[in-house]
Design a protein around this ligand. Structure first.
Ligand code: SAM
Length: 258
């Protein structure tokens, strides 16, 4: 299909995808944090079934594969991400037990009580934390674990600039106690939570974007949508630097109740 026939919506997605697919991660996180979150779950057997929902190109999935046994299915809406994901699995020599598939988190292709572990870093916001926690519960075995990262407020109040930004972009952002309450209501015992350290944003998410931004602006010279995308990314980074004491990502780990 030529660009002329695509809707603006489709073109924007292609653009966003082209920007992010050049990066190892598409959201804040780090291998250390993935390993730490995993330490709050039960040890898995060779037969374990794990899903990484909104896996992107698999930065965290390959780390997860290093520290677990069993079969991991990565699932993402964007076919280009999944293509890269499966190439990364081959490079990491784990393609026999790590497989990426295209699909949507609101229509997961799993059986009820099939999964031992549900993983999702920086992605549950796409359907909302509460909805994801509720809808994904049925795919977990009893006593299975869920581990997700989610944008959260660290203080009961915050400056209006950052409040307004989040209300416009993800109004479901909330305080940690309220997120934990939502998790409990969705049928999990909240077993642990911790705030992602700053380097998950600065070193692992923003710094790798600098060279990609330069190359992207050259490749799409004269394209307003591309220029806007980079301006938006830079603005988000400046907000993080200014307001990081008020918000960030939190890893929430829970066990499905009996
Ligand atoms: N987990 C990766 C990481 O931490 O690097 C990617 C995080 S990125 C911020 C969010 C991901 O969710 C993207 O890869 C995006 O394609 C995916 N996504 C968005 N909507 C989705 C949906 N409805 N179903 C599955 N994946 C979705």
């Amino acid at each position: 299909m030529s660009n002329e026939l695509k809707t603006i919506h489709e073109f924007d997605f292609t653009l966003i995808c082209n920007y992010f697919k050049g990066l190892k991660r598409q959201g804040p996180g780090s291998p250390e944090v993935t390993q730490k979150a995993l330490s709050f779950t039960n040890e898995l057997s060779d037969n374990a079934r794990i899903a990484d929902i909104g896996c992107g190109t698999g930065g965290q999935t390959m780390a997860l594969a290093n520290y677990t046994k069993g079969q991991i299915t990565g699932i993402d809406l964007f076919p280009d991400f999944i293509e890269i994901f499966n190439r990364n699995a081959i490079e990491a020599h784990c393609e026999d037990r790590v497989k990426g598939i295209v699909g949507s988190m609101d229509a997961l292709p799993f059986q009820e009580e099939e999964l031992d572990l549900i993983w999702s870093e920086g992605a549950i916001y796409n359907i909302g934390f509460e909805r994801g926690m509720n809808e994904w519960n049925k795919f977990l075995k009893k006593n299975g674990f869920i581990a997700v990262t989610e944008a959260s407020w660290f203080t009961p109040e915050r400056p209006s600039e950052i409040e307004d930004f989040w209300m416009a972009n993800y109004p479901e952002i909330d305080t940690i106690p309220r997120k934990i309450m939502q998790m409990e209501k969705a049928g999990y015992i909240p077993t642990a939570h911790f705030i992602l350290p700053e380097n998950c944003w600065t070193e692992h998410f923003y710094a790798p974007q600098f060279p990609v931004q330069e190359a992207f602006l050259k490749e799409y010279a004269g394209n307003d949508a591309a220029a806007d995308l980079i301006t938006g990314q830079r603005y988000e980074e400046s907000l993080y630097n200014k307001y990081k004491e008020y918000y960030g990502y939190v890893f929430y780990i829970g066990q499905k109740k009996d």
